[in-house]
Design a protein around this ligand. Structure first.
Ligand SMILES: Cc1ncc(COP(=O)(O)O)c(C=O)c1O
Length: 454
């Protein structure tokens, strides 16, 4: 059978040397973050206690491209470029005329896209003289990626791990410790923010972020690192989409639709933004589809408002779709998607109608993941299982319409440490928690009195 290549591979010479920055090209007025103290636009002074200047500059830059520092490029060479696959076997299984491609980030040392930003952040912090980084982790993917990156640049690493993930994924903790990090179950009793949230023992990303920010703000030798949401994190992830652009050229096709899962928005943006830039410049016609959990449906049911990035209200307020900063999502296994808000840049594009969003229940995403594993081999992390669910819908729609649609999606991590979740699914024990209207209106009623957005 000759169906053409399965893998589209680049050489180390093809690793992008610049990150792509969409901040200056997003339609509409950019809405600045607000200081949590004054509710006025936040300036560098609001960020310097926890971030190094190199990252603050990247956060606010509107330059269309930013050069990747040589030590970061050298670290990228440990796992980049990552492969692009054509999912011939899944296509056959679905009986679809669609061509399905996936960009696989699970080949990184920690098994996901997260090291793309972790090494860039560790490098900038080490360059600025920080000795330690403190962070939160939901799925355990970000914490392990930062632990790995800190070990490359000689930094200590302290991680607050969301309680439900800490219990579900003990080996993620072992990985972080192997790379030299110390790990606490969140909510912990080590911080004021953690002590105030003991009534929510499963924890949430919002609570863990408050704990990590509190530690970073109270220690001169410690900075904070965030694995998603912020402009500079999305920026770092654009190596994914730049490589995918070259690889799609090797395949001789252009994607009609680009699909990714969204927790805070970084893997989605990393894959989509280089294609989105072509779209915004009138050079391509592409649809963009973001997949999220119905248990934490930020883009599909949240409100576009100013809100804090964390539960305790310590971070600047950002204009984003939010379910309310103190919303504690049910402990679904896609721990990386349990976040109340989303990246402001991504939200602005959803609001402008350039990205469509869909929400999926836990069981239907695992059903899609198992189908994928049984045809393509790779066991996906529960987060990209949401993207796979959306891909299957698109491929089936292409079959109904008799169209040869080209689908590109982000397989942003493997699920080799998520087997407890697969066990629960295979045993028929997974629940499908939904987000109620009452929860939404209660959470929104507790939002801070920030300026209304027109
Ligand atoms: C494998 C994986 N995918 C997706 C996410 C969600 O984050 P983001 O939306 O920033 O890619 C996470 C976050 O922890 C993750 O670990």
């Amino acid at each position: 059978m000759s169906e053409g290549p399965v893998k589209f591979l680049l050489s180390e010479r093809d690793i992008p040397t610049r990150w792509i920055n969409l901040l200056g090209e997003i339609p509409g007025q950019p809405l600045p973050p607000l200081s949590p103290r004054t509710l006025e636009p936040a300036g560098p002074a609001d960020l310097t206690p926890i971030f190094p200047m190199g990252l603050i500059e990247q956060e606010v830059s509107s330059q269309p491209e930013i050069e990747i520092p040589a030590p970061v490029l050298e670290a990228y060479r440990l796992w980049r470029p990552t492969p692009l696959y054509r999912a011939h076997r899944l296509e056959r299984e679905l009986g679809t005329p669609a061509h399905i491609y996936y960009k696989y980030e699970g080949v990184s040392p920690s098994g996901s896209h997260k090291p793309n930003t972790a090494v860039a952040q560790a490098y900038e912090n080490a360059r600025a003289g920080a000795k330690r980084l403190c962070t939160e982790t939901g799925a355990g993917q970000w914490g392990s990626s930062l632990a790995f990156a800190c070990s490359l640049f000689g930094l200590e690493c302290e991680v607050f791990m969301v309680g439900s993930s800490y219990d579900q994924k003990p080996y993620r903790r072992s990985m972080m410790q192997t790379w030299g990090a110390s790990v606490h179950r969140s909510p912990s009793t080590l911080t004021e923010s953690g002590r105030a949230q003991q009534a929510h023992p499963t924890g949430s990303l919002g609570i863990a972020i408050s704990e990590a920010v509190e530690v970073a703000a109270s220690r001169d030798d410690t900075n904070y690192a965030l694995g998603s949401v912020l402009n500079h994190v999305l920026l770092h992830q654009t190596v994914i989409g730049q490589e995918a652009t070259l690889q799609m050229q090797l395949a001789g096709e252009q994607p009609d639709v680009v699909i990714g899962c969204v927790g805070g928005g970084s893997n989605f943006a990393g894959l989509a933004f280089p294609f989105m830039r072509a779209q915004l410049r009138g050079e391509a016609q592409t649809r963009f589809l973001a997949a999220e959990p119905s248990a934490c449906p930020t883009l599909t049911r949240g409100e576009f408002r100013y809100d804090y990035g964390d539960t305790g209200g310590l971070t600047p307020l950002m204009a984003m779709y939010t379910l309310g900063h103190d919303f504690v999502p049910p402990p679904v296994h896609a721990g990386g998607l349990r976040y109340h808000g989303d990246a402001p840049m991504l939200c602005a594009l959803v609001r402008a109608g350039l990205i469509e969003a869909r929400a999926y229940r836990q069981n239907e995403t695992f059903e899609a993941a198992v189908r994928f594993a049984r045809s393509e081999g790779i066991i996906p992390a529960p987060e990209p299982a949401h993207a796979i669910r959306a891909v299957i819908e698109e491929a089936e729609a292409a079959r109904e319409a008799g169209e040869q649609r080209v689908i590109l999606f982000g397989l942003c991590g493997h699920g080799n440490f998520d087997l407890a979740a697969y066990d629960a699914y295979l045993a028929g024990e997974l629940e499908d928690p939904e987000f109620s209207e009452q929860e939404l209106s209660d959470a929104l009623a507790r939002l801070p009195e920030a300026p209304a957005i027109a």
